[in-house]
Design a protein around this ligand. Structure first.
Ligand SMILES: Cc1ncc(COP(=O)(O)O)c(C=O)c1O
Length: 441
């Protein structure tokens, strides 16, 4: 049989296989888990990944280039570089802004403002690159620092703000950018939870000089299990990040720019001390290898194509839960966003109010027993985590709200896998627990 006919057959089988798995997945309340998140894909993702495997090119290649271009277009960033995770993207951001390859580099030892309520690797990237994190508190409900908290943290040696849009909820970007401009600070957005979120009509991830994104399956889209990206808005940083990502190499042409044999056109035009050097082995910096592989890019392309419908499902589910939880506003601080924000929420966070008669352990254990998955907001207050014990850091103000998150906040899922029947079941299960406690509060 001809290759292309065989391929069509494989595609058909994949579609059939996918259909069967979907039938098996029909949600039965109380029997199946209500996952807090997880990969959500169709047969097109399976076809794209299979085609990549059959094509026999496994390292990052043309599909990687295509996804980088598509993401730049989607976010509105100057360029994009794919990585193997969001954590790697954070590391690359911090490595590049302190590198002597960057003319506006910040010195090692500088202070970087970032909230204490964060994901561990956001703070880790600052520390690993030899800078000092200065932790601010956050507001409850938005889970982001307000502008006063950020301003209070500025000292003469502050050089940057590394700001997560926590759980997809956009920060007050116009105020942050103004403060940053006034104090000559770089802004880097941690956009790992926030693909599709907007502030004042502009995508988050397009405000700072750099922004990160994660494609771990829990996030808005995935690249076959792991993945990430750096969105780059200062073109001078593109080659610096490329070099750090690719072993420290100085070779920067894309797969599309290479010749028919996949070779760099500038390969033999370089010298070190008059010795001709293969550009592939010209090292500009001491870098890392943080590349994803082509099969991940193939899935990412199909996921990005599907993303608009996935994003509207997230928004629909979030709105429904917000309506539902209004009845219980006496028990919980509900999530809220700023007037100019249009979040594409990662999840639905709830903070138990003070003096409520149940604890977080009681309600989350009850939910888990009823197969509704819960998670806490990452590190809570990171300075209380064992990992920070031997690390140099500063706190700019009391971390009262971050402590409250550590103790009393949890979230449930709102991803596109959550259907009307899941929402019904979530509401009934919460009602059964909370109706008892509403009366006693
Ligand atoms: C806000 C935030 N930043 C960074 C990361 C790290 O991303 P990854 O898991 O892809 O390394 C996460 C991960 O969940 C996150 O939620």
């Amino acid at each position: 049989m001809k290759k292309h006919l065989l391929k069509n057959k494989v595609h058909k089988l994949l579609r059939q296989y996918y259909k069967i798995t979907q039938l098996e997945k029909k949600f039965i309340p109380g029997k199946h888990k209500v996952r807090y998140s997880g990969s959500f894909y169709g047969s097109e993702e399976l076809i794209q990944m299979t085609d990549t495997m059959l094509g026999g090119w496994f390292g990052l290649g043309i599909k990687g280039d295509m996804l980088e271009k598509a993401l730049s277009l989607y976010i509105g960033s100057n360029s994009t570089l794919l990585t193997n995770s969001g954590s790697s993207a954070s590391l690359l951001c911090m490595a590049s802004i302190t590198s002597d390859l960057y003319s506006d580099r910040i010195e090692k030892g500088a202070e970087i403002i970032t909230p204490a309520c964060t994901f561990a690797t956001t703070a880790a990237a600052i520390v690993h690159m030899g800078m000092t994190p200065v932790f601010t508190d956050i507001d409850l409900g938005t889970y982001n620092p307000n502008i006063q908290m950020i301003e209070e943290a500025i000292t003469p040696i502050t050089r940057a703000i590394f700001i997560p849009h926590t759980l997809g909820n956009p920060n007050e970007m116009e105020k942050i950018m103004k403060v940053a401009q006034k104090h000559k600070l770089l802004v880097i957005e941690d956009n790992c939870d926030a693909l599709g979120s907007e502030y004042d009509g502009k995508k988050t991830g397009s405000f700072g000089i750099l922004a990160t994104c994660s494609f771990y399956p829990a996030h808005h889209i995935t690249m076959a299990g792991e993945g990430g990206a750096v969105f780059i808005n200062d073109p001078r940083l593109h080659r610096v990040i490329l070099s750090f990502r690719n072993w420290g190499r100085g070779c920067w042409c894309t797969s599309l720019e290479k010749d028919r044999n996949g070779a760099c056109r500038n390969r033999f035009n370089f010298k070190i001390d008059d010795i001709p050097i293969d550009h592939k082995y010209l090292f500009l910096t001491l870098g890392f290898n943080l590349k994803p592989v082509e099969i991940q890019a193939a899935m990412g392309l199909a996921q990005l194509h599907r993303f608009p419908t996935m994003a509207s499902a997230r928004r629909r589910n979030f709105a429904q839960l917000l309506r539902f939880f209004k009845t219980y506003e006496n028990l919980f601080i509900l999530p809220r966003s700023l007037p100019k924000a249009n979040p594409c929420w990662f999840s639905f966070p709830l903070t138990i109010r003070d003096k409520v008669t149940f604890t977080r352990s009681q309600i989350t254990q009850y939910l888990e027993r009823h197969l509704i998955e819960t998670r806490t907001v990452f590190a809570g207050n990171i300075v209380r985590q064992p990992a920070l014990r031997r690390v140099k850091y500063k706190i700019s103000n009391l971390l009262t709200n971050s402590d409250k998150v550590l103790k009393d906040t949890f979230f449930i899922g709102i991803g596109p896998h959550i259907t009307y029947s899941h929402l019904q079941y979530i509401q009934e299960t919460f009602d059964a627990f909370l109706s008892r406690h509403s009366r006693s509060n």
